[in-house]
Design a protein around this ligand. Structure first.
Ligand code: PGA
Length: 244
C-alpha cells in the first residue's frame, strides 16, 4: 500500500474544482493505495459530496489549532473534522516561508489535528542552499525534533512529508536515490527522539507520472505528496495506479 496525496494549493474556483473532483473520481481506478485530495477550504464540502461513494479521502491544507473562538478568518480543526476531513497538512514550506509559521505553532497544530481525530501530514524540507552546504541534516533534525519531540505518536497517527524546497514547483525532482537516502536519515532522526521509525514517509517536490514509480519503489518512500501534477485528473490517476 502506498499513499498518493494531491495538494491542490490555492487553485480552482468552486466550479472548476467540482469538475476536477468529478474527473478524479472517474479516472482513479480501485487500488490498494490510499488516495487523498487536499482541495482549498472552499472546495472541501464539494469534495465530500462528489467523492462520497468513492475510496478517496479528503484533507485540508491548513487549520487553526483551537476548536473555536475569536480568531477572525481562521478555520478550526473541529470544523474540518465536522465537514469530513480525515487529514490536514501541517508545516508546508509555503506556510513556513510566506506566513512565517514557527516550529512552536506547527507543534500546536500537529497536536490539535491529532486530538481532533485527524491525521496530520507534517511537512519538512531543506532549501537549496542548505542542501548544497550540507547543513540539511541539521535543518531536518531541527524541524522534526522541535515539533515532534515528546509527543506520543503511533504509526497510523501521523504521516511525514519530506519536501525539499528546491524541488517544489520547480520541475527539479530529487533523484529517487537522494530522496530515499534523506528519508532514511529522517527515520534515524525519528529514532533519536524516541518516535516510531516506521512512520509513513511521503516524498514531495515535482513528483509526476514519469517519476512516480521510481520514487515509490524506494524502501523509505511510502507515498507521494503531489502539487502541480495532482491538478490534472489523468496524471493524478496514473500516479494513484502505481502498483508495487
Ligand atoms: P509540486 O508541489 O509537486 O508542484 O512540486 C509539491 C507540494 O508542494 O506539495
Amino acid at each position: 500500500m502506498k499513499i498518493i496525496a494531491g495538494n491542490w494549493k490555492m487553485n480552482g474556483t468552486p466550479e472548476e474544482n467540482i469538475a476536477r473532483l468529478r474527473g478524479i473520481k472517474e479516472a482513479v481506478k480501485p487500488t490498494q493505495n490510499k488516495i487523498i485530495v487536499f482541495p482549498p477550504f472552499l472546495s472541501v464540502p464539494d469534495a465530500v459530496s462528489v467523492l462520497a461513494d468513492s475510496d478517496i479521502a479528503i484533507g485540508a491544507q491548513n487549520c487553526y489549532p483551537r476548536p473555536d473562538g475569536a480568531f477572525t478568518g481562521e478555520v478550526s480543526v473541529t470544523m474540518l473534522k465536522g465537514v469530513g476531513c480525515a487529514y490536514c497538512l501541517v508545516g508546508h514550506s509555503e506556510r513556513r516561508q510566506y506566513f512565517a509559521e514557527s516550529d512552536d505553532f506547527l507543534r500546536e497544530k500537529v497536536i490539535a489535528v491529532a486530538e481532533a481525530g485527524m491525521i496530520p501530514v507534517f511537512c519538512v524540507g531543506e532549501s537549496e542552499e542548505q542542501r548544497e552546504n550540507g547543513s540539511y541534516r541539521r535543518v531536518l533534525a531541527g524541524q522534526i525534533k522541535n515539533v515532534l519531540s515528546g509527543l506520543k505518536l503511533e504509526k497510523e497517527e501521523i504521516y511525514i512529508a519530506y519536501e525539499p524546497v528546491w524541488a517544489i514547483g520547480t520541475g527539479k525532482t530529487a533523484t529517487p536515490e537522494d530522496a530515499d537516502e534523506t528519508m532514511g536519515m529522517i527515520r534515524e532522526i525519528l529514532r533519536d527522539i524516541g518516535q516510531p521509525d516506521d512512520l509513513y514517509l511521503l516524498y514531495g517536490g515535482s513528483a509526476k507520472p514519469a517519476n512516480a514509480e521510481a520514487l515509490l519503489s524506494r524502501k523509505n518512500i511510502d507515498g507521494l505528496l503531489i502539487g502541480g501534477a495532482s491538478l490534472k485528473p489523468d496524471d493524478f490517476a496514473a500516479m494513484a495506479a502505481v502498483q508495487l
